[in-house]
Each structure stands twice: as structure tokens, then as C-alpha cells.
Design a protein around this ligand. Structure first.
Ligand SMILES: [Zn+2]
Length: 201
């Protein structure tokens, strides 16, 4: 029996999502067939809507439905800027209690194997902000992976000339871990154990 083309297309779409293997994607596609028509329409509308209404904040790169994101618009102090690789990492910090951080999302990590280079990261915006916004400390919060470390070290060199304290998350977090999977206690420990990369203060 030939595979049903539309079902195969839907399976392939689900398979593109992280953590969804081919078997799961097939089950999901078949489950869609059993949903009521209204639910399928709502599902398809939600997919389109999320893509058209959410964009990157022009200041920090975080996802937002507004012109500028909620955190950039907030009254949080311009004291500590946490530099992360991906928007999802911001959500990990925001799960902690009473955080008053501002963030900058690089949009990736340097990776020779994936061909991600310096010009692919949101670095010009970062340096514009550092000039304008007067932060006292930058916390480099890339994941503890080889690519995360490479990116943090590259940034540490660039930031060396600026009169700002530069720290890296202490770990607590195991090598290869993902920030967005870290629980609040581990992340709090990593924050309080952060190391000063300039070593002259
Ligand atoms: Zn923002």
C-alpha cells in the first residue's frame, strides 16, 4: 500500500520538532485525523499565529509580541546583564525568585561544525547596549558545552577592555548540560559561584 501523501507530509512536519522521533511523529499525525474539525482548525491557526505574532526584541533578542520586550521596557536596574545563547535560557533565569537581571540573547553559539561564526551572533547590538546602558556586571551564561565555552572565552577577550565586571556562571551545572533544564537550586548555585574572568578585582 502506498503511503498517504498528506499524512506523510504531516508526519514529516512533526518529525522536525525537537525530541519527536519518526514513530512518535506518525502517531501524532494519525491522532490529528481523529480530532474534531474545530480542534484541527484551532491547532493550525495557533501554529500560524505564533509565527506571525512573535518576533525578536530589537534590543535584547528575546521573543516578544510587543514592539520591545517586557523586560527591556521594565524598570529593572541597568546593573547586571546576563548574556545567553538562546531565548529559552532567559526563561530558566526568570524561574528564579526576585531576579532583576536584564538579558542579551546572542542567537546561537560559535560552532565550527554548524558553520556558526562571529557575524552570526547578535554582537553589534550587545556592544551598542554596553555603551548606552551603563551595566556594572556582565554574566556570561552560555551552556557548559564545548561550543558554549568557546563563545564565552571569545566574548571575555572582547569585553576585557571595557570597565565592566565580567563573570562566568560557576558550575554546579554538569558539562554538556542545558541551562533551560537546570532546576532553580542548581542555577542559583551556579550564579552565586560565578567566577570573575578579569581576575584583577
Ligand atoms: Zn528586550
Amino acid at each position: 500500500m502506498k503511503p498517504l501523501k498528506s499524512l506523510q507530509q504531516l508526519t514529516e512536519s512533526f518529525h522536525k520538532l525537537p525530541g519527536v522521533g519518526l514513530k512518535s511523529a506518525e502517531r501524532m499525525a494519525q491522532a490529528v485525523l481523529t480530532l474534531p474539525e474545530d480542534d484541527v482548525i484551532a491547532f493550525s491557526d495557533a501554529l500560524k499565529h505564533v509565527k506571525s505574532s512573535i518576533h525578536a526584541c530589537p534590543t535584547c533578542g528575546l521573543f516578544t509580541e510587543e514592539k520591545v520586550c517586557e523586560i527591556c521596557q521594565s524598570s529593572r536596574p541597568f546593573e547586571t546583564l546576563v548574556v545567553v545563547s538562546f531565548p529559552k535560557d532567559v526563561f530558566a533565569f526568570e524561574r528564579l525568585e526576585d531576579v532583576q537581571f536584564r538579558y542579551h540573547v546572542l542567537g546561537g553559539v560559535l560552532s565550527a561544525s554548524k558553520g556558526i561564526q562571529v557575524q552570526d551572533l547578535h554582537l553589534p547590538q550587545l556592544f551598542q547596549r554596553l555603551e548606552k546602558e551603563g551595566f556594572k556586571e556582565i554574566i556570561l551564561a552560555m551552556n557548559p558545552t564545548l561550543e558554549g565555552e568557546t563563545t564565552a572565552q571569545y566574548l571575555a577577550v572582547l569585553l576585557k577592555k571595557l570597565p565592566i565586571r565580567v563573570t562566568r556562571l560557576g558550575y554546579g551545572l554538569p558539562m554538556g548540560a542545558n541551562l533551560d533544564y537546570a532546576d532553580a537550586i542548581t542555577l542559583s548555585k551556579a550564579l552565586s559561584g560565578r567566577t570573575n574572568l578579569k581576575g584583577d578585582e
